[in-house]
Design a protein around this ligand. Structure first.
Ligand code: ARG
Length: 457
């Protein structure tokens, strides 16, 4: 048991209590950030004359040697220490003696851990952003290649109207684009430095908090030391943004699972991203998409968990807040993994364009266009809707599509129909006539795609 405290205690901590309280198993994840934060703190202490420059150099030299030794595997982070802060400080004192005992001047573990977690997640926000960007690049490549790949668009998972693959993927482009902007908002809002908040009430040393903040790449130091040690909003925002990313990935996965099914066969997931069955030799399962869908619950769980942890905590620091670490780390690693694997999966996936087009051709996806044809010939829309409903009923009885009906059959239901109905309800016309901004028409789509290309540059 190596602890930073003990002076006022007359008995040893119970071993079970020690284990329950310790965080080194997981907070070693921000070892690098802890060392960087300490170097900035000591640099500031020396600038302010609180430490001598000789002490500053000794401490920084010691911290750098600890960092190198850990990175090279010469020094192991072990559970003999309560947390990563104790590990670093104890090793520093071991190496540089009395100067090392001055590292914690004007600092508490409360502002130290608040800093470490902020530094760690700040980097991870940008890693997440770059993974979402890669996914967007893959989506855009597929869109660019499929402006004229027809497929049915669905509502209620029932065929609705014809669209293109580019149009369908474009919806996901918009979702993930919003996800990036959420991450960027969070990065900006969280970039405030809590160091110097002390335990909760600041400190009596003449710290230059703005200087430390600048050294660590923050926009400024926080304005309230109680909030500095108590704020976990930025983690809740990050967990919320990751939950939304996962929700998008999960919806997309669900569609790919449906499209990859034996019944649909719109896509074929590559062998490298599929798995087999131990008993059924014919199986090729979409496990990656299913796992992404499944892991979404884990990330939602982390968000719910931290919201619940925070809701009853009085100001300022309370140990409950240590719970933010494991769940945030797990959510970040899960989301990063899912983004990378999902991107690889769709990048290697094959689209069965003829199946998609054939599916768009049946199922009356052009029924709305047949009604629009009547409207263009002076029939009020509600009447046109009824007439086409009767056409559909006729086709269902005859087991044919609207395109297969003879003109006589059309005219028997409404005399307004002429020979140009076939052209008006062809798949090509149905898609190409949809030229308004955001619609699947190729021209409208190409304009959107060129905007997306500029955005990704
Ligand atoms: N391991 C603690 C955490 O993650 C570090 C802060 C400890 N502060 C304290 N007053 N016990 O929150």
């Amino acid at each position: 048991m190596a602890q930073l405290w003990g002076g006022r205690f007359t008995k040893e901590t119970d071993q079970l209590v020690y284990n329950f309280n310790a965080s080194i198993e997981f907070d070693q994840k921000f070892f690098a950030q802890d060392v960087n934060g300490s170097i900035a703190h000591v640099t500031m202490l020396a600038k302010q004359g609180i430490l001598t420059h000789e002490e500053e150099q000794q401490i920084i030299g010691g911290l750098e040697s600890i960092r190198d030794d850990v990175n090279e595997g010469k020094l192991l982070i072990t559970s003999e220490y309560e947390d990563i802060h104790s590990f670093v400080e104890a090793n520093l004192i071991d190496r540089v003696g009395d100067a090392g005992k001055k590292l914690h001047t004007g600092r508490s573990r409360n502002d130290q851990v608040a800093l470490d977690m902020r530094l760690y997640t700040r980097d991870e926000v940008w890693v997440l952003d770059s993974l979402v960007k890669k996914l967007l690049e893959t989506i855009l490549r597929i869109m660019d290649e499929n402006v004229e790949t027809y497929m049915p668009g669905f509502t209620h998972l029932q065929k609705a109207q014809p669209i293109t693959l580019a149009h369908h993927f474009g919806a996901y482009f918009e979702m993930f684009k919003r996800d990036r902007s959420r991450l960027q908002d969070i990065a900006e809002r969280m970039n405030i430095c809590p160091l110097g908040s002390g335990a909760l009430a600041g400190t009596t040393y003449p710290l230059d908090r703005e200087y430390t903040a600048k050294l660590l790449g923050f926009d400024s130091a926080c304005c309230n030391s109680i909030d500095g040690v108590s704020d976990r909003d930025y983690l809740i925002e990050l967990l919320s943004a990751m939950s939304t990313i996962m929700m998008h990935l999960s919806r997309f996965s669900e569609e790919i699972i449906i499209w990859n099914s034996n019944e649909y066969q719109f896509v074929e997931i590559d062998d490298t991203y599929s798995t087999g069955s131990s008993i059924m030799p014919q199986k090729k399962n979409p496990d990656i998409a299913e796992l992404v869908r499944g892991k979404t619950g884990r990330v939602y769980g982390a968000l719910t968990s931290l919201l619940t942890t925070m809701k009853g905590i009085p100001l300022a620091y309370n140990k409950d807040m240590q719970e933010d670490k494991e769940l945030t780390f797990d959510a970040i690693d899960t989301t990063k993994g899912c983004l990378a694997l999902f991107t690889g999966m769709i990048d290697t996936m094959k689209f069965n364009k003829s199946r998609m087009e054939a599916s768009a051709r049946n199922g009356f996806t052009n029924a709305t266009d047949a009604a629009d044809y009547l409207v263009n010939h002076g029939v009020p829309f509600r009447d046109a809707h009824g007439i086409v409903g009767r056409l559909v009923l006729f086709c269902i009885e005859k087991n044919c599509s609207l395109d297969d009906m003879t003109l006589e059959e059309y005219k028997a239901i409404s005399p307004v129909f002429e020979n140009d109905i076939y052209e008006a309800i062809s798949l090509k016309t149905c898609v190409e006539k949809r030229t308004t901004k955001g619609a699947p028409g190729p021209e409208a789509m190409r304009q959107v795609i060129s905007g997306y290309k500029k955005y990704l540059k």
